[in-house]
Design a protein around this ligand. Structure first.
Ligand code: NOJ
Length: 743
């Protein structure tokens, strides 16, 4: 009883000191002072407890460990919980923290809301293929409202790792290969989650991850070593993390990998020099799952105690699941290896955010059962997910206009993914379930207007061809075959790297057999990474890349196939012809011996003897049911001064038979630099909707700022000289003009 009074008493002291924080927009500075006032009340053990993040017993998203979340919270040994959601459950845990600990400091609840919470949107790579930043922001906003209504205040997203190796299973969680597009997506998602006001109970704290360069593991194997030049790190991999920080993200997660020999959770160059000093980050740093402990097998420290010291001194404020702060920080302080000032600063950064989220005002403000019922998985949210799903789809081939499917045609729907609902949700679908989700097959039955027959044909993999006969039979009887192939959703995401990016052989065999019927074949793909589809592309008439399209994906795919929606997605990542070309991305360098197809002596050129250099489908590529033409590319001037701006104009015409949207892309090439420059770099894009027959002038602006890079001496700036501008509908854009950047 005494403990309870003490607890309530001290809680009231804290509450009194913050009584004035009732304004809608809680100012960070005020929150910092208030956090300090709480820190002053805390014992060292209580402070360390705030630096601990543990999984709830409800779920685990990493190596299994025995957890007793309730006991740890009660003992004040854990100030933050992940993998707990729903109002009922988070409230139960929050009550323990508030009522049974001495100071009653509220818990912070985090969760992996990767592409939607309960209403699942397309996987992030798919969303990036929409090139529609408004749609992406809206998707994050809805995910935030659902998460916040389910008792959460913190999402472990956006994942902004640039990835150029399709073997890596987590390429599905990011925005693809390009830093410019990656930055725009990162900003949109942070804005969507936080909406510039953490004190609004429908927003959540974003957590940018995985800092840094986690998307470049050697050989595409998850968690593997990352080694790259500082120039590449700064020019390609860091920009999206910075863009997210600049957009206001107030937490960041360290990555599992090492970089230049130093694991991220013990890397002061990343955490202090770049994040805090260069970027002015004001939030807190959390590790990934047990990544402090993992510095022992990395071989940078001899034991977990040293790992704890290395991490905290490098600037890691919160230990996810590793319990090493819990076990060793006190001892490290008493030995003088860690200062209490370091701990105070870390705790203040964490509590500041809890103040900003309004948790000290009302720890149960995210625990409203009515709100949960109304908001989560609402019809409105599912409609929004449908909209984004339509926008994410990329038409990769469409010979003889086999798509859209003409009404009334009979369809043979075949393939291991045609009737799947689970796979539509994609990897890591948070609280999403298949409840209320309908497959592509179900939707085609409803909307195609003709007879629809179905045969699975084969499994995802294996050698069983016993289903082929039935598939061939229905193909023979149909007007068009819709063949739904790809990867089961468990083949992408964390710890799901592959050594092959081919379709499993059994699926290709099924396609080869179906081809023999001479029926038009539409290949619908569900997958979370670029696949090598050279053989398949030749065999089919049309290809629609649908990624994993989410809760409303079945209807969205059916509507794109039947022409209810005209596809407008563009690839955010290069699709190679074969794995041997990897890494392959549009912004490669020219080399000293570029391969030119025309010319005399080609042997000693940078090329393969068994494959073309070009990818199967380039970055930025995607077709429409209509046709877009580019003409009259003009620049406002042939020169650009340091203070000036250059306007680029192009006429875009919809000359086909459908209304539709085109993503107009602007690329720049710096011809000569103090270090070599990529052949092309994306510098702008606009998604433009045109009615059939319509022409519109599209304008881009370039300034000197967009031409900056890390020069020979690693200073960031531009260099005067000649540049080329390319405008078009993909990274092979051939509309070219030149200009000169003046001194
Ligand atoms: C490990 C993953 O790398 C990370 O993305 C995730 O947020 C954490 N586990 C928590 O589940």
């Amino acid at each position: 009883m005494r403990r309870l009074f003490l607890s309530i008493g001290l809680f009231l002291v804290v509450l009194n000191s913050i009584a004035s924080i009732q304004t809608v927009k809680t100012k960070a500075k005020n929150c910092e002072h208030r956090a300090d006032s709480v820190v002053a009340l805390m014992t060292l053990d209580e402070k360390i407890g705030q630096m601990v993040l543990l999984t709830s017993g409800a779920d685990q998203t990493g190596p299994r460990m025995a957890v007793n979340d309730l006991e740890e919270i009660k003992a004040g040994r854990c100030g933050n919980i992940f993998n707990a959601h729903t109002v009922a459950y988070t409230r139960k845990l929050q009550e323990i923290a508030i009522e049974q600990t001495r100071l009653g400091i509220p818990l912070l609840f985090g969760f992996d809301v990767i592409h939607g919470h309960k209403t699942i949107f397309p996987i992030s790579l798919g969303e990036a293929a929409s090139w529609d930043m408004e749609a992406i922001e809206k998707s994050a906003r809805i995910a935030a409202t659902e998460a916040a209504a389910s008792g959460l205040q913190w999402v472990f997203a956006p994942m902004v790792d640039i990835a150029r190796d399709p073997r890596w299973g987590r390429i599905s969680e990011g925005a693809g290969e390009d830093p410019f597009l990656g930055c725009r997506v990162a900003e949109a998602r942070v804005h969507g989650f936080q909406d510039n006001d953490l004190s609004d109970p429908s927003t959540v704290l974003a957590c940018v991850k995985h800092y840094a360069a986690y998307g470049a593991p050697q050989a595409g194997r998850d968690y593997s070593t990352v080694d790259m030049s500082e120039r590449t790190l700064r020019e390609v991999y860091l920009p999206p993390y910075k863009a997210a920080v600049d957009a206001g993200a107030l937490s960041i997660m360290t990555s599992f990998n090492e970089l230049d020999g130093v694991p991220s959770s013990g890397n002061p160059f990343l955490l202090k020099d770049i994040l805090r000093k260069e970027w002015g980050f004001k939030g807190f740093v959390v590790t990934d799952y047990t990544s402090i402990n993992e510095m022992v097998p990395h071989g940078i420290v001899a034991n977990e105690k040293e790992a704890a010291g290395l991490a905290v001194n490098a600037g890691v404020e919160m230990d996810m699941q590793g319990s090493v702060y819990l076990k060793y920080l006190k001892q490290l302080i008493s030995e003088g290896k860690v200062s209490e000032a370091t701990i105070n600063k870390a705790v203040r950064n964490i509590l500041k955010i809890k103040f900003m989220l309004g948790l000290f005002d009302d720890p149960y403000r995210y625990c409203d059962k009515n709100r949960e019922k109304q908001v989560v998985f609402s019809e409105e949210n599912r409609k929004a997910a449908y909209d984004v799903a339509c926008k994410s789809m990329v038409l990769l081939k469409n010979d003889k206009q086999v798509l859209p499917l003409a009404p009334g045609k009979s369809l043979a729907v075949i393939g291991p993914l045609a009737d799947s609902t689970e796979d539509l949700l994609g990897s890591w679908h948070a609280a999403g379930t298949t409840e209320g989700v309908s497959s592509l097959l179900d939707n085609l039955k409803k909307s195609s207007g003709g007879k629809v027959s179905y045969a699975k044909g084969c499994d995802f993999s294996g050698n069983d061809t016993s289903g082929f006969a039935e598939a061939l039979k229905i193909a023979e009887q149909a007007d068009v075959v819709v063949l739904v192939l790809g990867e089961p959703c468990g083949w992408t995401g964390e710890a799901a790297s592959r050594t092959s990016i081919d379709l499993p052989e059994i699926q290709t065999k099924l396609l080869q057999e179906i081809r023999k019927t001479n029926k038009p074949v539409v290949m619908v793909l569900m997958n979370g990474r670029p696949l090598a589809l050279e053989r398949e592309t030749i065999l089919v008439d049309a290809i629609l890349e649908t990624w994993y399209a989410g809760t409303s994906g079945g209807k969205a795919i059916a509507d794109v196939l039947t022409g209810m929606y005209n596809p407008s997605g563009k690839l955010p990542v290069t699709f190679p012809r074969n794995l041997g070309q990897v890494p392959i991305f549009y912004s490669m360098k020219n080399t000293g011996r570029p391969y030119e197809k025309e010319g005399l002596e080609q042997k000693y050129r940078s090329r393969y003897i068994d494959s073309p250099n070009e990818p199967l489908f380039p970055f930025g590529f995607g077709m429409s049911y209509t046709r877009f033409g580019y003409s009259n590319l003009k620049l406002s001037s042939e020169t650009l001064s340091k203070e000036g701006k250059l306007t680029i104009y192009v006429d875009l015409t919809n000359s086909g038979n459908y209304d539709g949207a085109e993503v107009v892309q602007l690329y720049v090439q710096d011809l000569v630099g103090s270090v070599t420059r990529p052949l092309k770099e994306l510098k702008g894009f606009q998604k433009v909707f045109l009615k059939k027959g319509e022409t519109r002038k599209v304008e881009f602006t370039l300034t000197e700022k967009e031409l900056r890079f890390y020069r020979r001496d690693m200073s960031f700036g531009s260099e005067p000289g000649d540049f080329k501008v390319y405008v078009g509908g993909d990274s092979n854009a051939t509309n070219i003009k030149g200009f000169r950047l003046k001194q």
